[in-house]
Ligand binder design. Structure first.
Ligand SMILES: [Fe+2]
Length: 210
């Protein structure tokens, strides 16, 4: 990363036309770190794969709107980080986590896996089939993530629905971003998952770990 920024500086000095913004000199804006929150699983579900909408051995599908969340894990120079462990967890369509601290946990949708993990492939890609997140008391809709790369980098963060009016009242969301360029690292822009799954949405979120 250092040598990359030095190359940028040298290029800028040589040509004097390349605009250099100090916060971007390292390359890509990093995904901001955010609190883990109180609901990271204390015990992992028997099925912990990357399809949270369908629990292995169950006929029922999770209640809610399906979201295909995908992207790549990159360092700040854009280098793919393959073999990174990506974990996600979130509440069900009623706003309930599968967690001992969750009041009303026994009412949760047991067809929703609530937690999933996968390793990035050779293209550094990850993909989850999960739910479009919903709000619960005190929080705007969000998905929690933890990433651990093969070379020892770690990131804990949260993704949000871009433009949701509740975001600006959410204390975690408001505190998340120091550089405005980081906003797109946590704002999910949803598109219809046309051709992939009827009635579902899709979003691409690259995770950048400095
Ligand atoms: Fe949460």
């Amino acid at each position: 990363m250092r040598s990359f920024s030095r190359r940028l500086l040298l290029t800028a000095a040589a040509t004097t036309v390349l605009p250099l913004r100090p916060t971007r000199a390292g390359g890509l804006a990093a995904t901001p770190s955010q609190t883990e929150g109180p609901f990271y699983p204390t015990a992992f579900p028997a099925d912990s794969d990357n399809d949270l909408v369908q629990v292995r051995g169950q006929a029922a599908r999770a209640i809610g709107t399906v979201l295909h969340l995908q992207g790549r894990v990159l360092d700040a120079s854009g280098k793919p980080l393959d073999g990174a462990l990506v974990e996600i967890w979130q509440c069900d369509a009623q706003g309930l986590y599968d967690h001992p601290r969750q009041p009303g946990r026994d009412r949760r949708d047991t067809a929703f896996q609530g937690y999933g993990k996968m390793l990035t492939d050779a293209q550094s890609a990850y993909a989850f089939r999960t739910l479009k997140p919903v709000a619960y008391p005190g929080r705007t809709p969000h998905i929690h993530l933890k990433v651990a790369t093969a070379d020892g980098r770690q990131l804990t963060t949260q993704f949000y629905l871009a433009g949701d009016p509740q975001n600006e009242r959410d204390f975690v969301y408001r505190a998340a971003v120091r550089d405005p360029q980081q906003r797109r690292r946590i704002d999910m822009r949803l598109q219809p998952a046309s051709g992939l799954e009827e009635g579902a949405f899709a979003t691409t979120m690259d995770i950048v770990i400095a």
